[in-house]
Design a protein around this ligand. Structure first.
Ligand code: 13P
Length: 278
């Protein structure tokens, strides 16, 4: 069995990226895994802190443990944007493969300290870690960040080395949620980090970026792309369309199937695009 770090390094070397999809229930997790299996690509199921709190860490881990174990492609469980070191440790203990500690709202040195603490704990338990530098705007966990601060090259290199994280998420101009205007991305920063940084680079705010933008970012070194909002929209739009088209059908499994198909199609499209960075 390969590890998440091995799969990320392989993706980086071969010029593709792993899709990391924020799932919110068993149906959405299963739809992502099936999409990845059909594309023969490794995949990351990731959870927001909100989702973990909704179900409970051990319950959520148990919900997807068999799905991950029996997947025909390498599949990993990652904790997304955790601002609380104690909570990240709880997910390490509950069996996550990887955790992201997001202390990016803190001053640089405090971000390093908190990220290193969570990362050291993760590593002591055989778990990988991701950290963030700069401010990625948009809505994440119901918190709105509206003043963008892109990561700086020198700070990112220093941060990645000082914290010992495995995956680096620098703010490159992407945003969480639906884009209200075309984002201006710092491709030069991605290119320099892609060449110089030992760690694979993560792109947050994947929803709404064009396929060409994905391909360009991946060709420059992005090895993990986060998709959340697009999956939520597919789930709810799939339900709405089904209810509108078949107003007299009260068989819940038919509705579930429609939502499943809708989520799977969106996940599959992204995995196919991420598979061809070069
Ligand atoms: P989107 O909701 O814009 O897809 O962003 C996902 C993300 O980056 C989660 O960390």
């Amino acid at each position: 069995m390969s590890t998440m770090l091995e799969e990320m390094n392989r993706a980086r070397k071969e010029g593709y990226a792993l899709g990391a999809f924020n799932f919110f229930n068993f149906l959405s997790a299963q739809a992502v895994i099936e999409a990845a299996e059909e594309c023969h690509k490794p995949v990351i199921l990731q959870t927001s802190v909100k989702t973990v709190k909704y179900y409970g860490a051990r319950e959520l881990h148990a919900m997807v443990a068999d799905l991950l174990k029996n997947s025909k492609v390498p599949a990993f469980l990652h904790l997304d944007h955790c601002k609380d070191v104690a909570f990240a440790k709880e997910c390490v203990d509950a069996g996550w493969d990887s955790i992201m500690i997001d202390a990016s709202a803190h001053p640089f040195e405090e971000n390093i300290r908190m990220t290193k603490e969570a990362s050291d704990y993760a590593h002591a338990h055989g778990v990988f870690s991701e950290g963030e530098l700069g401010v990625i705007t948009g809505v994440e966990e119901d918190v709105v960040a509206d003043v963008e601060k892109l990561a700086d090259y020198d700070d990112t290199v220093k941060f990645a080395a000082a914290t010992g994280i495995d995956f680096m998420a620098p703010a490159i101009g992407t945003a969480h949620g639906v884009y209200k205007k075309t984002p201006h991305l710092n491709f030069e920063l991605v290119e320099r980090l892609g060449k110089d940084l030992p760690q694979p680079i993560v792109c947050h705010g994947g929803t709404g970026l064009s396929d060409d933008t994905f391909r360009k970012l991946i060709s420059l070194g992005i090895a993990k792309v986060n998709i959340s909002t697009a999956l939520k929209h597919a789930y709810i739009d799939g339900a709405e369309k089904y209810a509108r088209e078949t107003p007299d059908d009260y068989e819940p499994l038919h509705l579930e199937q429609a939502m499943f198909d809708s989520v799977k199609a969106v996940a599959k499209h992204h995995i196919e695009v991420f598979a061809n960075g070069r």
